[in-house]
Write a protein that binds this ligand. Structure first.
Ligand code: FAD
Length: 235
């Protein structure tokens, strides 16, 4: 088949990888000047590693991407470290990477903590995530954790990540962040951009064509071959 993929982010590249492996004729249309989308990085010629536009990590439970890294023969570049996870509140840093440390956090009452802990445990154990799709994270967490616990622990993170849209984020997405989270976090030698470069190269090697600076106008079903100037924030 002749297949057009719009966007050479991780999803588009992975689709192109699998489809071109099956010998389909694949063309990827990418609006910006590089592949990788949100997960991409940038690099000065003097730097050994690329810096990411947005900080990323993998969990030890992220089986699909770990399997992809293996298929690409790059498992020796994947490594996991255990970072110290802390919370920044009112000008101070509090370690927050265990239930005991969370219980010692002084800015929540015992009641708030007794509500927050079972919620985290419930999300960790729950497998039937589709039932959460009916709620936003904002409404579900406020309801079950209580307003104060939610406002101190989770709301700032949702705002930091989603800005003005934070109240629209689906609870199933939030569930995945808790359910899949592992104490050790995974990185790729050279940064995420190095992984994306390997994936891009393999996709090209398998015969797929990647057209950079080529936005696809979905509404008109017509390709505009004008060139775009990309900036770190535009991606
Ligand atoms: C702050 C932040 C932190 C994150 N942290 C993590 C993390 O730790 N771990 C993790 O696994 N994930 C994380 N993510 C999520 C991860 O970045 C995304 O899930 C993933 O990069 C999405 O890939 P994608 O291919 O679906 O979309 P995108 O990366 O958005 O790629 C879409 C591509 O399509 C192109 N495009 C768009 N419209 C057109 C068009 N009309 N024509 C042609 N091209 C077009 C864009 O230029 C872009 O390159 C994070 C995201 C953010 C923002």
């Amino acid at each position: 088949m002749k297949i057009a993929i719009i966007g050479a982010g991780v999803a588009g590249l992975t689709a192109a990888y699998h489809l071109s492996a099956l010998e389909h004729q694949v063309v990827l249309y990418e609006a910006s000047g590089q592949t990788g989308g949100l997960a991409s990085g940038f690099r000065d010629a003097r730097w050994e590693w690329a810096l990411e536009r947005f900080y990323h990590h993998w969990f030890t439970s992220d089986d699909a991407i770990i399997d992809l890294i293996r298929q690409l023969g790059q498992e020796d570049k994947l490594f996991f470290r255990r970072p110290i996870t802390s919370i920044w509140y009112k000008g101070r840093i509090y370690p927050f990477d265990s239930y005991v440390r969370a219980m010692l956090f002084p800015h929540l009452s015992i009641i708030d903590k007794l509500r927050a802990a079972p919620v985290a445990l419930y999300l960790r154990l729950l497998r039937d995530w589709p039932r959460l799709e009916r709620y936003t994270a904002h409404e579900w967490l406020t309801r079950w954790m209580g307003r104060r616990g939610y406002q101190i622990l989770w709301e700032p993170l949702l705002v930091g990540k989603f800005g003005e849209y934070y109240q629209e984020v689906n609870m199933a997405w939030f569930w995945a962040r808790i359910h899949k989270r592992s104490p050790r976090l995974g990185y790729f030698v050279g940064g995420f951009q190095a992984f994306l470069d390997v994936l891009t190269e393999r996709v090209r090697k398998q015969g797929a064509e990647i057209r950079l600076h080529t936005p696809w106008n979905v509404s008109k079903q017509k390709r505009f071959p004008q060139r775009l100037v990309s900036s770190p924030t535009a991606c």
